[in-house]
Design a protein around this ligand. Structure first.
Ligand code: HMN
Length: 292
């Protein structure tokens, strides 16, 4: 599974004013990631893709467009997780037919599922396809916290090859690294990439890489080469940028930053609001300060 290591943008999706996928804009975002951000891959259908607000048909459309635009030039991971496991299975089958390199699924959320239920969910999804699965763990949004032993129980299925670890728990990250040296661990918080890299991650998946992918790769590669001080300098600039983005609204601001580079990133999907005039003005300042 070493082929899956690297830097992945969590793909943003361009919507029109009525919440429909803007295909031209989506293709431009994908091209920008491949041609300008030089990412190793895309994580399609994640939180950043506003995925949990979309219909099954829209999710399929996005998977189809992303594969059609990227072809085999980079790695593609399809996030198919949903609290409707049957939808997840159907999407996993569709993404596998399209040729996605791996699928991923968020831990089922909203209801307080037991670990047995979560395990059944993952095994059901991945055993329905000839593919590999990356667990998507994001406790702050799902409320699901899994232990080292529970990750191990999921990893007993050899088609479950890793985890996207979106948490600030570096003790757990280090314990997972030690316990499962052959599984892939991707850092999910861009602002904590350096400490995660020091813990021995295999890559990172992030929203801000859509605009800051070059610096992200520098941090990752410098850390791997043991050049921590140099990496920290770039993490500092990166975090000035990320702090400014978070203070102005995460996804609307990244969309505005893309638009300032000529990418038709469109609107957000309601109920998520798009940037208003004030946020657009701040985005312009952020762009001039960090990306211009
Ligand atoms: C996804 O599923 O879209 C991403 O992989 C999620 C990713 O971990 C991002 N998390 C969220 O947006 C909740 C981070 O890139 C995050 O946006 C960034 O670190 C800023 O906090």
């Amino acid at each position: 599974n070493a082929d899956m290591k690297g830097i992945y943008s969590a793909l943003l999706v361009s919507f029109d004013e009525n919440g429909k996928v803007n295909e031209k804009g989506l293709r431009e975002i994908i091209r920008h990631n491949i041609d300008k951000m030089k990412v190793d891959g895309l994580y399609v259908g994640g939180s950043t893709g506003e995925n949990f607000m979309l219909s099954t048909e829209e999710k399929r459309e996005i998977f189809r467009i992303a594969k059609d635009e990227a072809k085999d030039s980079i790695k593609l991971i399809a996030q198919v997780g949903s609290i409707n496991v049957y939808e997840s299975v159907a999407l996993a089958q569709y993404a596998t037919e399209l040729g996605y390199d791996a699928i991923s699924a968020v831990t089922p959320f909203y209801y307080k599922f037991t670990f047995q239920e979560i395990k059944d969910y993952y095994n059901t999804i991945i055993n329905s396809v000839e593919n590999r699965l990356i667990i998507y763990s994001i406790p702050a949004l799902t409320g699901v916290n899994m232990s080292v032993a529970q990750f191990g129980e999921l990893f007993e299925n050899e088609k479950i090859i890793g985890v996207k670890f979106t948490a600030a728990d570096f003790f757990l990250l280090e314990r997972l690294r030690k316990a499962y040296p052959d599984h892939l661990i991707y850092a999910g918080f861009d602002e904590m990439m350096l400490p995660a890299a020091v813990c021995g991650i295999d890559g990172a998946i992030g929203s801000t890489f859509n605009v800051n992918g070059i610096r992200a790769r520098q941090i990752y590669e410098l850390a791997q080469a043991g050049k921590i001080e140099e990496a920290l300098k770039i993490q500092h600039v990166t975090n000035d940028l990320i702090s400014a983005i978070l203070a102005n609204g995460l996804y609307p601001t990244i969309k505005e930053l893309l638009k300032l580079q000529g990418v038709d990133a469109g609107y957000c999907h309601r109920p998520m609001a798009s940037a208003d005039e004030g946020q657009k003005a701040v985005a312009k300042e952020i762009f001039d300060n960090y990306l211009g």
